[in-house]
Every structure is written in C-alpha cells, then in structure tokens.
Design a binder for this molecule. Structure first.
Ligand SMILES: NC(=O)c1ccc[n+]([C@@H]2O[C@H](COP(=O)([O-])OP(=O)(O)OC[C@H]3O[C@@H](n4cnc5c(N)ncnc54)[C@H](O)[C@@H]3O)[C@@H](O)[C@H]2O)c1
Length: 349
C-alpha cells in the first residue's frame, strides 16, 4: 500500500504499536487516538527526532525520514464525536480500528461488563467512519467471535470464516462479551460497507504474541517464568487447552494485506492452522531456556475454550499470506526479551 495519512485507534496497545511502527517505517503520517488504559504512551517507543507538544495534550513526534506520529490522548469515542464537528482530524487514507478493552483470559472471564464497553466503542467508531469516509478501514475482530461449541475438547474443528454467516443468519455463541462485541463489530462493518459504501475489511487474529506483549497474556507470562527458571513451571488450567499462535510481525503483515484486498466488510482469519497446547508452550520455553522443570497445571485458573485454531485457506488464497516466523523462532525472541527484563527489571520494552 502506498503511504499517506493513517489513523490508528488504540495505537499505543500491543498490536497498535507494531502497526504504527510499520506504517511510520513506510513513510506514513500516522495519527493515534488512545486513552492509554493499557497502552504505552508514544514517548516510550517512537523513535522521534523532534517533538511538538500542543496545549491540549496532543503531541506530534517527527521521526527520522520525516514521517510523523500525532498522538491525541483520550477516549476514542469522545475524540471522534468531537472531531466530526470541529473538523480537527485530516482526511485519512487508512484507518485501523484497534481500540478496545481486551485483556487476557482473567479480564475476559472476570470482568465481562468492562469488556462490553467494546460494543459502545465500535458503535461510535462506525458512526464516525461513515461520516468521515476514509479510503480504507481495518476492523480488528477476533477469533473469539467464532461459536464456542466448535472449540470443545471433543469434535473441535479448524475455524473457517464462513462458520460465521451473517447472510444466512448462521451464528453461534461467541466467547463471552468479548466475542459478542467482535461479532457485533463485524456486523456493523458489513452494514457500513453495504448501506454506506465504506471500504472496510475485518480480520480475525488468533493468538497474537510478541516480545513486548503484556504479561497478562500467556506466551510472555510463561516465557517470564522460564527466564526466571521457575521450577515447577506453571501453566493455567490443565494445559491441554490449545491455541493458534501467530507472531505479531506476521499478524501486522496480514492485516495490511487484508485492508488492501477486502472492501465489503467480510473477514479473514489470521492464524497458522496449527494447534499448540499450553503444556507444549511451556515445554518449548523450558527447552529454549535449557532446563528441565516439572510442568505444573494450575487448575483453578480460567482457561477459556479448549481448542481454537484457524483454517488458514482463505488467508492463503486471498492475501497470499502464511506466517513467516516459526513458533520456535518467535518464542526464542520472546524468551530473549523476558531474559533481558529479568536481568534488568526496570527496562521498558
Ligand atoms: N493481540 C491479539 O492477539 C489479538 C487477537 C485478536 C484480536 N485482537 C484485537 O486487536 C486490537 C488490539 O489488541 P491488543 O492486543 O493490542 O490490545 P491492547 O489492550 O494492547 O490494545 C488496545 C488499546 O486500546 C486502547 N483503548 C482501550 N479503550 C480505549 C478507549 N475507549 N479509547 C481509546 N483507546 C482505548 C488501550 O489503551 C490500548 O492501547 C483489539 O481490538 C483486539 O480485540 C488482538
């Protein structure tokens, strides 16, 4: 995609920081709206050569090469509502809507009404988007939108995009309020495309992971325990539950390809197709760390569905995409980052 002006809502979050960094490296001028409820403010991660601060709290970071990041701190709902009347945002060539209350399994199961805020964020977002009419919009849905009954220990299947079928009204029970919100967000995206002509793509990432992910997520959490050489090395639940892990760099590549080729609000999986259990995750980190701990399940912890993995066919056909970073390589990078943090606990990644 050629450069221009992009907006990334939730651009200070885990996925957002990687999307923003990639766009800046490609010469885009990027705007970010984020309330930093879980995100990290740009000073910590943007390679700015100059910073222009505004009295309203916004700031523009000029990067080497001239691309800039303009950061508007605040709740995306309020900022977008105010922006449409005050014309305070430029026209955008690309908008990536990532702002959401996410959190790990503890948040999804433990505070479902806080997560339901996503319904309100997405409703405000699409109402803004149809009025602002950016050239392209990416909606970050999730694999959590898939029916949970397809993800049980017996009879689980690789999740295929058409297992959510709005046209025929074939929908199942998604994963908690998080899945409901994402399913509804996808429906809004389709309406925005069909009734208002918005060019919008939905993506369903499976378990994205990376070096700078918060330790409330399983991969960095298990890596941190392995880096500390904990024995026993604990995993949540029986550890038999599995996920489809994708490195964040691969995830971002798929997202940017999707928004180029999908315009009708339909969705594509971002997953490898491979199911890896948490016992296997722990075993891999122990091996990479070079020790042999007892791997101990913590059965009182929340675990979510048993088996969640993608059918990667549509991504391959439509986007020409498959993950390029193996689990071994990705986990090695995460472990190295965890070791650095362990050696120097104040280091911010
Ligand atoms: N990480 C994954 O593997 C994954 C998988 C599937 C879907 N997703 C989706 O990708 C998006 C980003 O996820 P993430 O993992 O980076 O989560 P994250 O929590 O790291 O990022 C979310 C960002 O949104 C911001 N935010 C939350 N509420 C806001 C509000 N009201 N106004 C402005 N900013 C707000 C947070 O401060 C944070 O920076 C989410 O929509 C998530 O559902 C992520």
């Amino acid at each position: 995609m050629s450069g221009g002006t992009a907006l990334v809502t939730g651009g200070c979050g885990f996925v957002g920081r990687h999307v923003v960094s990639r766009l800046l490296a490609e010469g885009w001028d990027v705007w970010v709206i984020d309330n930093t409820s879980t995100g990290k403010p740009p000073e910590g991660w943007v390679p700015a050569v100059r910073t222009i601060r505004r009295t309203d709290g916004a700031a523009t970071y000029v990067c080497p090469g001239g691309a800039s990041l303009t950061f508007i701190p605040g709740d995306v709902r309020q900022v977008l509502r105010a922006a449409i009347d005050a014309r305070m945002l430029p026209p955008f060539n690309l908008v990536c809507h990532l702002a959401a209350v996410v959190g790990g399994r503890m948040k999804i199961d433990g505070d479902p009404l806080a997560v339901a805020t996503d319904l309100s964020i997405d409703a405000e977002f699409f109402n803004w988007a149809i009025r602002a009419n950016p050239d392209r919009v990416l909606y970050a849905s999730s694999s959590a939108a898939y029916p949970v009954d397809l993800q049980e220990s017996e009879g689980h299947v690789a999740l295929r995009e058409d297992m959510i079928d709005f046209e025929r009204g074939r929908l199942g029970m998604p994963d908690m309020t998080y899945g409901w919100a994402k399913l509804t967000g996808e429906y809004l995206a389709r309406i925005a495309a069909q009734k208002y002509g918005l060019h919008v793509a939905c993506v369903r990432p499976f378990s994205g992971y990376g070096e700078d992910q918060d330790e409330s997520y399983p991969v960095p959490a298990i890596a941190a325990r392995a880096a500390r050489r904990e024995d026993p090395l604990t995993v949540w639940g029986s550890g038999q539950q599995g996920r489809d892990f994708v490195h964040i760099d691969d995830c971002v590549e798929a997202m940017l390809r999707a928004v180029e080729v999908i315009s009708d609000g339909s969705a594509v999986n971002i997953g490898s197709g491979k199911l890896t259990t948490f016992l296997e995750v722990a075993a891999m980190f122990a091996r990479l760390e070079g020790y042999e701990p007892e791997i101990k399940p913590l059965v009182d912890k929340p675990v979510g569905v048993q088996a969640r993995y993608a059918d990667p066919s549509r991504a391959r056909q439509l986007l020409g995409w498959a993950p390029s970073i193996s689990l071994e390589e990705g986990f090695r990078r995460v472990l190295e980052a965890a070791r650095r943090r362990h050696a120097s606990p104040l280091e911010v990644v």
